[in-house]
Design a protein around this ligand. Structure first.
Ligand code: HEC
Length: 158
């Protein structure tokens, strides 16, 4: 070997620098690497949770399909939101939907629930709800069939 070769002197402050600039980042890098390797779910879990929240809560509750509010079965029309909020917490929307009434009778039904079933004061929403119900669920016009007018009566013979 070349005997003239002198080892570069590594003095104390150089060694300190070497440790700080080389080993410390290296240790951080390696331990982060290990952490990510062991925590295989580190990224996937977060993504799954986000999509779950989206699909179940926000999307489905407001979903309207073919003009029908899917969650309740109510027709999508002005006043839907107020009706869903106030009329589906005690009983199913079906109890509302199976009825068809005019404004006076919807108002009377609401009044009856307020007096006997603890329904709260609806405030200015009452007019909106009654209007929504009477418009979209009015009394069926043809409750009875029309009188027959083309009948050939026959005479009973004894
Ligand atoms: C505080 C609870 C509550 C709320 C809110 C409520 N109801 Fe009712 N409702 C009742 C109860 C209790 C009955 C009786 C259920 C039964 O007979 O099984 C009822 C019955 C009904 C009936 C059937 C009445 C009958 O003669 O059979 C209709 C229609 C109705 N509710 C419509 C509504 C509408 C419209 C709203 C929104 C404005 C509403 N309800 C909100 C408690 C409530």
């Amino acid at each position: 070997m070349n005997s003239n070769y002198k080892e570069p002197k590594v003095n104390k402050s150089n060694r300190k620098r070497l440790i700080i600039w080389f080993f410390v980042p290296l240790v951080i890098l390696i331990s982060t690497g290990f952490y990510l390797l062991l925590e295989t779910d580190f990224f996937t879990v977060n993504i799954k949770e986000e999509t779950l929240v989206d699909e179940n809560n926000i999307d489905d509750f407001d979903k309207i399909e073919n003009g029908i509010h899917v969650q309740t079965g109510f027709v999508d029309a002005p006043g839907l939101l107020e009706t869903v909020r106030n009329c589906t917490s005690c009983h199913s929307s079906q109890l509302v939907l199976q009825n068809r009434m005019n404004k006076e009778r919807w108002t009377a039904t609401i009044k009856w629930m307020q007096e006997t079933q603890n329904l709260w004061d609806l405030g200015e929403n009452e007019a909106i709800i009654v209007n929504y119900l009477a418009t979209n669920y009015p009394p069926k016009e043809t409750g009875r069939r029309k009188n027959l007018d083309t009948i050939d009566w026959y005479v009973l013979e004894e």
